[in-house]
Write a protein that binds this ligand. Sequence first.
Ligand code: SAH
Length: 272
Amino acid sequence: MQKVRAKKSLGQHFLKDLTIAERIAETLHEAVPVNETLRVLEIGPGMGVLTQFLIQHPTYQTTAIEIDHESIQYLNQRFKNDIGKTLTLIEGDFLKIPLETIYPNSDFCVIGNYPYNISSQIFFKVLEYKDRIPVCAGMIQKEVAERLAAKPGCKAYGILSVLLQAYYNIEYLFTVHENVFDPPPKVKSAVVRFIRNDRSNLGCNEKLFKTVVKTAFNQRRKQMRNSLMKIVGEDNTLLKEPIFTKRPEQLSVQEFALLTNIIEQSLLCKSN
Ligand code: SAH
């Protein structure tokens, strides 16, 4: 079978190392109870290096979504005996497809050697479906993996860390060298896993929470009173509260939720 021509615009770097592919496929199963069928959604199967292990797994029922028509043709041939049994293939854009059309009611796990250029967008979409996605795992650029898993006080702690850690426990599993890909990417890679925590909500206005987190990290080196005055108003006495003298990287998810409540109260008082 003729190989798929790697397209830069689609973030195509095909993994060659089968041991790593198998380890990635195992990450889901390790995190959820065995003996149950696990619905697995693979994003960007490419030539199927990960898919081959997913479909061999006795408890997985896999659906793979791939945007590249050439890859789809390749996968249709390679897995012709599995399609309709342990594998469903969808040609489409993960970012655009409503996931209810794939899984109307049931929970599902997400996996992939993701296209690195859209990994943050993929994870924001996972967050939209957080109550249906107990586990998400896979390979991304190493720096992004570090940011996702970073704890408060670390340099890498930022918007993605706070928004995702609000609902998922994030583990940095292992680092992957660029020479196991064809073509090799310019950056190192890492495998991460998110497991849904038991928070059902943040106890604050979540839209405002996102705005507060994003605004605060826009000027991450500064005390938050500088960035957050845009939201509460320059002359607001609230800015004198000690929490506003902190820098955003010092705050945990809970503290951001608390801050959001204080800000919302103040905005409500102002408008009354
Ligand atoms: N998983 C394969 C390929 C990784 S490269 C491997 O490990 O070898 C990333 C893959 O994601 C490519 O096949 C690319 O075509 C696909 N892709 C890129 N953007 C996508 C999108 N929006 N939706 C679905 N697949 C996408």
